[in-house]
Design a protein around this ligand. Structure first.
Ligand code: SAH
Length: 364
């Protein structure tokens, strides 16, 4: 995707990921007139320019000067798998050879891009394939925005009108600075209401996000209605227990009419009974929230206990929540045939970092 000239001079500074102000500062010694900064900003993020030669509204001389000092750090698309339902999964190779996955999920003409914030994940949730393969580095703001640009270019989509969810690889709130930088750029073209940051509940990150001016939607991966079961599937619950998480969420500033989203994976015979629905309902009482139920996506690496409940049980769980007054939805599986479904992103081609036995099971 990127020209070979870019690859051969990797030391030039990447312009992707810079805010308007940062771009102005970096370009000051190079550009002749301040309005050039605006032109370059729009070329990078709105038009998705891949190369300085695409910036035809600039003089040849200025383009050459830019190319000498800077690069446009778009990833190389190393693979692309389109599912029968239109979902498309991309494997993207970054500047240093690191690979991340991103997914486009089209639905009735509207596209949702599911993007990664880290090249792996250290949190080791027992139901998640990314967690199974272990930690990877934080992505830069530019590498996050570049995923959006790469998918847009592939799908020939404009900057506006997309939905973006930080539900790919990694934990966004363990990389708050880059995620904030990326959100700042993305919200120039996309309403913050169309962007969702999904977190396991990293409390310092939630407190930071509460201070952002352009706040995206906040989704919390809950997955169990009590401390014991949540700790069993999400080790991070020992650091940030459910009780503290809910306390923090009760303080979280929501704009009028906005709601938190709680993601709740349904795992057969683990957290899928009507009693569990009641317990979940009590736990969230008083919060402005909707609940998104996700029948767990099984994967061979996860072992035999990660089985979704049957449809009737999923429906019954949802209905129970609705009877208790909640907005509850079931997330449809998408991109199954290309392993692009929730929690199945693994960045094929990475080395496994540590092996957790396949026989690992859940309590209960
Ligand atoms: N670290 C963040 C964002 C990445 S995961 C978070 O955990 O929220 C995005 C969503 O996919 C999370 O709700 C996660 O719990 C869910 N997920 C992970 N593995 C899954 C699986 N096997 N089946 C269904 N959902 C899964």
């Amino acid at each position: 995707m990127i020209p070979s000239s870019e690859i051969s001079s990797p030391n030039r500074a990447d312009l992707l990921g810079l805010s308007r102000e940062q771009l102005a500062a970096v370009l000051a010694p190079v550009v002749d007139k301040p309005f050039r900064v605006k032109q370059i900003y729009q070329a990078l993020y709105e038009r998705g320019a891949r190369d300085f030669s695409d910036l035809t509204d600039l003089s040849k001389e200025l383009r050459a000067r830019l190319a000498e000092r800077f690069r446009i750090g778009l990833p190389v698309m190393t693979s692309r798998h389109e599912s029968a339902d239109g979902t498309c999964k991309y494997l993207l190779r970054l500047h240093d050879g690191t690979t991340v996955e991103a997914v486009d999920i089209p639905d009735e003409g509207r596209h949702t891009f599911c993007i990664s914030s880290q090249a792996g994940c250290a949190l080791a949730c027992t139901f998640c394939v990314t967690g199974y393969w272990g930690a990877g580095r934080n992505l830069t703001a530019g590498e996050i925005v570049a995923q959006v640009l790469a998918i847009r270019a592939d799908r020939k989509l404009p900057a506006e009108g997309l939905n973006i969810v930080f539900m790919g690889m990694g934990e966004p709130l363990l990389n708050v600075e880059s995620v904030q930088g990326a959100v700042e750029i993305l919200t120039e073209f996309i309403s913050p209401h169309r962007i969702t940051v999904s977190t396991v509940g990293i409390l310092p990150g939630i407190e930071e996000m509460a201070r952002w001016v352009r706040r995206p939607n906040l989704a919390i991966s809950l997955h169990a209605p009590d401390e014991e079961r949540r700790s069993a599937v999400m080790p991070v619950n020992r650091t940030y227990p459910l009780a503290d998480l809910l306390k923090a969420l009760r303080r979280y500033p929501l704009e009028k009419g906005r709601k938190l989203t709680f993601e709740y994976i349904l795992i057969r015979n683990f957290n899928d009974s009507l009693r569990d629905a009641d317990q979940l309902s009590r736990l969230l009482s008083g919060l402005k929230a909707k609940i998104n139920l996700i029948p767990v996506n099984p994967d061979p690496v996860l072992g035999e206990r990660m089985v979704p409940p049957d449809d009737a049980r999923v429906e019954a769980f949802k209905e129970r929540l609705r009877q208790r007054g909640w907005i509850a939805t079931v997330r449809r599986r998408r991109g199954d045939d290309v392993a692009a479904a929730c929690g199945q992103l693994r960045a094929f081609g990475r080395e496994a970092r540590g092996f957790r036995g396949k026989g690992e099971t859940l309590p209960g």
